[in-house]
Design a protein around this ligand. Structure first.
Ligand code: ADP
Ligand code: MG
Length: 212
């Protein structure tokens, strides 16, 4: 008996069969607890340890709402480092495979601006990036976040530890007020919750204790 099957969720057949192809048959604990409120459109604060499948928890949320026929940045994921942004973008590309042509663009520091600007002019459905570089694009007017429906703060504890708070606040204010905001963290989010309170509306909190 499988109660945590992805097929219990109201997802498209294309997404369900792609998850099956990826070998994702059962939801992990954080996915099982966060996906139902995420798919209802609720804001979310979620804490679970590294390796628990947080990327798919928000990735499926982004894809569920995304309109592939509309070439605008509909999903934005902020990550603390370039390596993590690359990992998240790759996982999102795998998850998006069943949905047709979904463009996931990575925008991180340490790379030239010009090719990133060219990619942005070309368009993307989902942007994954680090706060400093996204803020930089906003300042230059080379990114438009006015169509973002889902904003994800991934590894929010590390981003605030690294001093990205002001950049994040600037980015949030460039997103529509009417949006879904999902915050993921690996540590207990008490001070994170306080710091990010202005970014979330009545968030559902999901905490998955480490299993021994
Ligand atoms: P976290 O962000 O919590 O550290 P990740 O999202 O990086 O974790 O996922 C860790 C690994 O688990 C990845 O290799 C991912 O492909 C895999 N994974 C995620 N969800 C599932 C699932 N439901 N079934 C099987 N593997 C999964
Ligand atoms: Mg992660």
């Amino acid at each position: 008996m499988t109660t945590n099957a992805f097929s219990t969720l109201p997802l498209s057949q294309a997404l369900l069969s792609n998850l099956d192809t990826l070998g994702y048959h059962e939801m992990t604990t954080i996915q099982a607890q966060s996906l139902p409120p995420v798919l209802e459109g609720r804001d979310l604060i979620a804490q679970a340890k590294t390796g628990s499948g947080k990327t798919a928890a928000f990735g499926i949320g982004i894809l569920h709402k995304l309109n592939p026929a509309w070439f605008a940045v509909q999903g934005l994921v902020l990550c603390p480092t370039r390596e993590l942004a690359d990992q998240v973008a790759n996982e999102l590309r795998r998850l998006a495979r069943g949905e047709g042509n979904i463009k996931v663009l990575t925008l991180t520091g340490g790379t030239a601006m010009r090719p990133q600007i060219a990619s942005l002019e070309h368009g993307a459905h989902i942007v994954v990036g680090t706060p400093g570089r996204i803020r930089d694009h906003l300042g230059r007017g080379t990114i438009n976040l006015s169509h973002v429906q889902t904003l994800v703060l991934d590894e929010a504890d590390r981003m605030t530890d690294m001093g990205f708070y002001d950049e994040i606040a600037g980015i949030v204010s460039a997103c529509p007020q009417r949006r879904q905001t999902l915050l993921f963290s690996a540590t207990y989010p008490d001070d994170i919750r306080r710091a990010t309170e202005p970014f979330l509306v009545d968030p559902v909190e999901v905490i998955v204790e480490a299993q021994h």
